[in-house]
Design a protein around this ligand. Structure first.
Ligand code: SAM
Length: 312
């Protein structure tokens, strides 16, 4: 058995036992199991695992638990998209990452799969902060962080309220999509709807810009229809005022369950007086992620775009 499978089998067995004895949900029992491993109550019956083996094994158990609860807005960001986002972070911060660190904020952390995928890849080079409103999910993120030894600052709160976070180099966010229920908070945003409820995903973009350094980057997974809604014009105007659009990339359809769930990647750079806007926006279609040849070609295209866009 592979290490990942061994760890998953161990966690799954303990979790199923706890589910019965504690009459808790599978996901709650995963949390108890992870705590038990950290406290030394449950000892993993094999040699040490790598951070990636651990992350992937826990991810499998969380996926199992999420299938049970199936809240579409809680879905974790798949590894393939996490790795693609990491690639862009590496491109934008190539120089800094050679011997320095970068700060990253995910204001919709979930259980942290997106953030931990990035952190494991850029091991030791990320100062990470995560915000999540759901108590169980953020607790799971906390336990996972300890188990994979990736330090992260966690805030359990509504990310659309003021945050105690210093502006970061990069915001990454798989945006929660839908209407935001708190009109009192929404009205503090330029992107609040003048009639009816505001879109949480629009407010999220504004809030993310509030916590990004001038010249910093924002990498969002957005609904593929973001620029087609009746509030899109307002969003366009807002973006023009505060950000430079660096890239809009359509993701392969086969990653998503249905057309309704399709997402794209939007990359922004917060405007800065000391920098100049990109010469060209990267508009691309990401190929099927299992097609190695097409992916290599895509990365080559990104590299050329980046070189042409780097102003001397
Ligand atoms: N990237 C995450 C991962 O890999 O696990 C998944 C993010 S999921 C698509 C969106 C997350 O945003 C959910 O976990 C949801 O609970 C959280 N969320 C939604 N509205 C929020 C809010 N106002 N403040 C903080 N978190 C929120």
């Amino acid at each position: 058995m592979e290490k990942i499978e061994q760890i998953f089998t161990f966690i799954n067995k303990k979790t199923e036992e706890l589910e019965k004895t504690e009459s808790s949900t599978y996901l709650e029992s995963v949390l108890t199991t992870l705590k038990g491993i950290l406290d030394g109550k449950y000892e993993l019956p094999f040699e040490a695992a790598t951070k990636e083996e651990m992350r992937k094994a826990i991810q499998l158990s969380i996926l199992k638990g999420m299938r049970e609860s199936s809240q579409p807005n809680h879905q974790m960001t798949p590894d393939s998209l996490g790795l693609l986002i990491t690639y862009f972070v590496e491109q934008f911060f190539e120089e800094t990452l050679k011997d320095g660190t970068i700060s990253i904020l995910d204001p919709a952390l979930g259980t942290g799969n997106l953030m931990f995928t990035i952190m494991n890849k850029l091991d030791g080079k990320v100062f990470a902060t995560g915000v999540e409103v759901d108590e169980l999910l953020i607790q799971l993120a906390g336990e996972i962080a300890e188990l994979i030894e990736q330090p992260i600052q966690l805030y359990h709160q509504d990310a659309l309220r003021p945050l105690l976070v210093d502006p970061v180099d990069v915001v990454v966010c798989d945006l929660p999509v839908g209407f935001y229920p708190n009109d009192d908070i929404a009205k503090n945003y330029e992107l609040s709807s003048k009639e009816g409820m505001s879109y949480a995903h629009h407010l999220y973009i504004e809030q993310a810009l509030n916590y990004t350094k001038d010249g910093g980057y924002l990498i969002f997974l957005i609904p593929a229809t973001l620029f087609e809604s009746e509030q899109a014009e307002m969003l366009h105007k807002f973006l023009k005022k505060y950000a430079w659009i660096q890239a809009v990339m359509q993701l392969p359809e086969n990653i998503f369950k249905s057309k309704l769930h399709e997402k794209s990647i939007l990359i922004l750079q917060k405007k800065s007086d000391t920098l100049r806007p990109p010469i060209e926006v990267l508009l691309a279609k990401v190929p099927n992620l299992s097609n190695k040849q097409a992916l290599l070609y895509f990365f080559e295209k990104v590299k050329i775009w980046k070189e042409q866009n780097t102003r001397k």
